[in-house]
Design a protein around this ligand. Structure first.
Ligand SMILES: [Zn+2]
Length: 427
């Protein structure tokens, strides 16, 4: 896609349509209540929460995209001045309330921007999202996957969020005389807090602005702003620190729980030189996987870090890419200290050859259309360029059998099981 048409989670001038995946601060940097650069597309829930984050924002600029529905846009191609039709579908990203991925389709091909996302193996919402995504792609090649690569490294292995929530409850139960503080953002981890509230039959203290958001989300019975009603408090992540815990412990015994991917704790606590590696034996942890990376850890006398993550771990990213078989992948997180180009690990799952594989498999599975002859498939695999980094191709063409082929024609022919002669479509 040409620049100057669409921006996702980027707010500099020069685009015709702006898309917001979710309301976390690192995705809204540059966006303000005085926004006037054009229509801003987001999910219905994000639109509902918008005034809390940006009071005074001109809400007439918001364009709500209902999840699972195709929406059409008419944009101008900057280079030619011609009209370009773009279709977009929002799909639940399973990250925080209102978070979505965007699937774009147009003359430029097909692109998926995940924003932040969690791709757990199980769960009702996951099944819906997986089906929605595959149905939306149908027989199309996914040309570019813009991927949440926060934990795109094999060292990051997390349990499900439900399992991690049970670990938090175990920690709280193991400290019956302690106050508990839990570090959270202004949005997200609601399911964790609800799980704790229900498991322990207690309310959870939150700060007033957070209570307002929880009420907007429909949670009225599990939270309070009265400290006298509960020993469990959810506090802003920025206020969660060793110093805070030490100060609180000078008044009352207090334990801090940080639900997060482990890199946060390693960075934050090592920086302060207060890393404690021991793990108390009096806490029974749920670790069903047998993976030592899957358990909560006590990093400090007063601090536990539980691997409750709203981002996908490495194995989940791998499953996602294996499912989609994109031609190319670009990581959207570049500031992470552990950043590695996703193609380093998953380049072998990418390329025209793999996109062909996905289309062909889907056609076989769902439509029962005649197969392209086996020797032809083999020939395609041998001849199709699979290197992602070195590929140079026109927007509407793909390399197939070593020649330039119209992408639309190729897909149409493959989906109908038609043989493709080697001398056809020579450019
Ligand atoms: Zn986020």
């Amino acid at each position: 896609m040409e620049s100057g048409m669409i921006s996702v989670d980027k707010w500099s001038s020069g685009s015709q349509a702006y898309f917001l995946t979710h309301l976390h601060a690192d995705h809204t940097a540059g966006l303000s209540s005085t926004w006037n650069r054009g229509p801003l597309f987001c999910s219905r829930l994000t639109a509902k929460l918008f005034p809390c984050k940006f009071p005074g924002f001109d809400l007439s600029l918001l364009r709500v995209l209902d999840i699972g529905c195709w929406h059409s846009l008419s944009l101008i191609t900057p280079s030619s001045g011609s009209t370009a039709a773009v279709s977009v579908k929002a799909i639940d990203a399973q990250h925080c309330p209102g978070s979505v991925m965007y699937l774009f389709r147009g003359e430029f091909g097909c692109m998926l921007f995940t924003g932040d996302f969690r791709w757990e193996k199980i769960g009702n919402g996951m099944e819906i999202a997986r089906t929605m995504l595959l149905d939306a792609l149908k027989n199309e090649t996914l040309d570019i996957l813009y991927l949440d690569n926060t934990y795109c490294n094999p060292r990051y292995s997390f349990p499900s969020r439900e399992l991690a929530a049970r670990q938090v409850v175990d920690i709280i139960n193991s400290h019956p005389k302690h106050d508990i503080i839990i570090g959270i953002d202004s949005l997200g981890k609601e399911d964790l807090l609800l799980y704790i509230s229900r498991a322990l039959n207690i309310k959870i203290w939150v700060w007033p602005e957070r209570l307002q958001i929880l009420h907007l989300l429909g949670f009225h019975d599990h939270f309070t702003t009265q400290t006298s009603l509960t020993r469990v408090r959810a506090v802003p992540r920025y206020s969660f620190s060793v110093e805070t815990l030490e100060g609180l412990n000078s008044l009352r015994p207090t334990i801090g729980v940080m639900p997060s991917g482990l890199p946060w704790a390693e960075k934050a606590l090592k920086r302060k030189g207060t890393l404690f590696g021991s793990f108390p034996s009096d806490i029974k942890m749920h670790d069903l996987s047998g993976d030592s990376k899957n358990i909560a850890r006590r990093y400090h006398e007063y601090i536990y870090v539980v691997p409750y993550s709203d981002h996908s771990c490495f194995s989940e990213i791998q499953e996602f890419i294996e499912l989609l078989r994109p031609i190319n992948i670009k990581g959207i997180v570049s500031s992470s200290s552990s950043y590695i180009d996703p193609c380093y690990y998953f380049g072998h799952l990418c390329g025209t050859k793999q996109a062909y594989w996905r289309i062909h498999r889907k056609v076989e599975n769902e439509e029962g259309i005649d197969r392209v002859e086996a020797d032809e498939t083999k020939s395609a695999e041998e001849n199709t360029a699979s290197s992602v980094a070195g590929r140079k191709r026109k927007i509407d063409q793909v390399d197939f059998l070593g020649i330039r082929v119209s992408r639309v024609s190729l897909l149409r022919r493959l989906s109908h099981g038609v043989k493709i002669a080697h001398n056809e479509y020579l450019s």
